[in-house]
Write a protein that binds this ligand. Structure first.
Ligand SMILES: [Zn+2]
Length: 296
């Protein structure tokens, strides 16, 4: 029996949302960013988050898939390759398709919600805007000290301003470092082990390069919702792959048919957003579109 893709997607979304522990609320949030691992205390760690890439709107079912390049941009990812080739054609319709599939960088951090410290160490997933603002403070040790340090570090006042309250119609975040504060009374006993859990939450790629190529060409890759390509191991059976109407996304044809199915629905996706447009206000993919638009 063919797999029910709608159910598959629901399951995957559940898995994804399980990663995002800390939810940024509208208004004031007070968070303490902690090291990404216990290696911090050895002086051998030089970052405070783990990053990975996602591609949205891949294939006929608009899937979100993990980028196969590593954080340094090394490795082969068929989606990145397709995006580059689409941009290279110089055609506006190709650019629109490329824009909505291009890699979005996401990052996960260990945080404590200072308004709900009982929840312990939580994972915060964030895009570039909040990350950049926190990073600006973290790297300025001469001004702020070591903000990640549990004893001498600082919390951040993170204010989320909803789109309807900003002048440009986009959600806005401000990040302000607070006075240093000793966090040790609020930390769990197994503090180091809790910090080290973060790395396990980096999403493992669910699709191999070959499977991503099939998706890009309009095919369907059947997956067990619980399986991921990254932990398939050597003994896992080959995934059942069924190519359906394999039209190439990138071709000499000026209107690539494989992607046109998606493009027809939201040709403006990620490029034509305006908070004042009526069609944007009621658009079902508004939040993803705005996220892409903001990164451009
Ligand atoms: Zn990629």
């Amino acid at each position: 029996m063919p797999i029910d893709l709608k159910k598959l997607k629901v399951n995957l979304e559940k898995k994804r949302s399980a990663t995002a522990g800390f939810d940024i609320k509208v208004g004031e949030n007070l968070i303490r960013v902690l090291p990404r691992s216990s290696k911090f205390f050895t002086g051998l760690d030089d970052d405070f988050c783990f990053e990975y890439g996602l591609h949205y709107n891949v294939g006929v079912d608009d899937e979100t898939v993990e980028c196969l390049k590593d954080s340094a941009g090394k490795g082969h990812c068929p989606v990145c390759s397709a995006v580059k080739r689409l941009y290279d054609t110089g055609l506006s319709e190709d650019k629109a398709i490329a824009h909505k599939m291009r890699m979005s960088r996401r990052r996960i951090l260990n945080v404590i919600d200072m308004k709900e410290v009982d929840k312990g160490i939580q994972i915060m997933e964030t895009g570039p805007m909040i990350y950049d603002k926190i990073a600006e403070v973290v790297v300025r040790a001469e001004l702020f000290g070591d903000v990640l340090d549990p004893v001498k570090g600082r919390s951040f006042l993170l204010i989320k301003q909803p789109a309807e309250e900003t002048k440009n119609g986009f959600v806005n975040y401000t990040v302000t470092p607070m006075d240093p504060k000793d966090m040790t009374p609020f930390l769990p006993k197994n503090f180091n082990a809790e910090l080290d859990k973060l790395e396990k939450h980096i999403p493992a790629p669910r699709y191999t390069a070959e499977e991503l190529t099939i998706l890009l060409e309009g095919g369907i890759v059947e997956k067990d919702p619980e399986s991921v390509a990254g932990d398939a191991g050597n003994t896992a059976p080959e995934p059942a792959v069924k190519a359906v109407a394999p039209e190439p996304v990138v071709s000499d044809d000026k209107t690539p048919k494989g992607a046109a199915v998606v493009a027809d629905k939201t040709a403006c996706f990620g490029v034509g957003f305006s908070p004042k447009k009526e069609e944007c206000k009621v658009c079902e993919v508004k939040s993803k579109c705005v996220a892409l638009f903001m990164e451009s």
